[in-house]
Design a protein around this ligand. Structure first.
Ligand code: IMP
Ligand code: MG
Length: 188
């Protein structure tokens, strides 16, 4: 088997390696472990589907009793996300009294995480913080703060480690940029 062949023809370049991700995720887990020592009810709440790979690695680095839940939202306005979200599938936990950490894969404009943060705040958790693996800071359109951030990245469209382009690329163990020219040729 030729292990050097990349599984997708439209990979631009690898921008964060598997080793870099694993090291940073371990640090985030340690930070969360330290910050939530006194928490009685810690909940990692992931946004489907992009955060799945990240959250499952992250939770194993949190050395405290905790629970995990998910919700799925869509945000609309052509190709860009907007401040309006639709809940496609809601979380099961009644988050009142929980220390919630909202986990997403990537922050782009910031609309999604801001809108979900507002929605969760209205459900009166004991505390609410945000966590994202990646942040495209120059693209922000809203003023938001990510409490636990993996990496800041430039304005590339990326895939891998759970992130997709039209559902492709989630299985890569690293973060790669998408060669959008090649992608367009292949998929229109
Ligand atoms: P925002 O609402 O503009 O911050 O967009 C956040 C959402 O858009 C993320 O949850 C991702 O699903 C998606 N997204 C934004 N940029 C990328 C990217 O480069 N690759 C894959 N998904 C992305
Ligand atoms: Mg997403």
């Amino acid at each position: 088997m030729n292990t050097t062949k990349l599984p997708y023809d439209f990979i631009g370049k690898i921008i964060i390696t598997q080793e870099q991700i694993q090291a940073r995720v371990a640090e985030l887990g340690e930070q969360i472990t330290a910050d939530y020592q006194d928490s009685k009810k810690l909940l990692l709440l992931g946004l489907l589907r992009g955060s799945v790979v990240f959250i499952t690695d992250l939770m194993q680095k949190v050395h405290l009793p905790m629970s995990m839940d998910f919700m799925s939202v869509s945000s609309y306005s052509g190709t860009e996300s907007s401040g309006f979200i639709r809940i496609d599938s809601d979380h099961k936990t009644n988050i009142k009294d929980w220390d919630v950490i909202l986990v997403d894969d990537i922050v782009d404009t910031g609309y999604t995480i801001q809108a979900v943060h507002r929605l969760l705040s209205d459900r009166h958790p004991h505390s609410l913080k945000t966590c994202a693996l990646l942040d495209k800071v120059p693209r922000h359109k809203v003023d938001i703060h990510i409490d636990y951030l993996g990496f800041e990245i430039p304005d590339y469209f990326v895939m891998g480690y759970g992130l997709d382009i039209d559902e492709k690329g989630r299985n890569l163990p690293y973060i790669a940029s998408v060669d959008l020219e090649k992608y367009k040729k292949l998929y229109g």
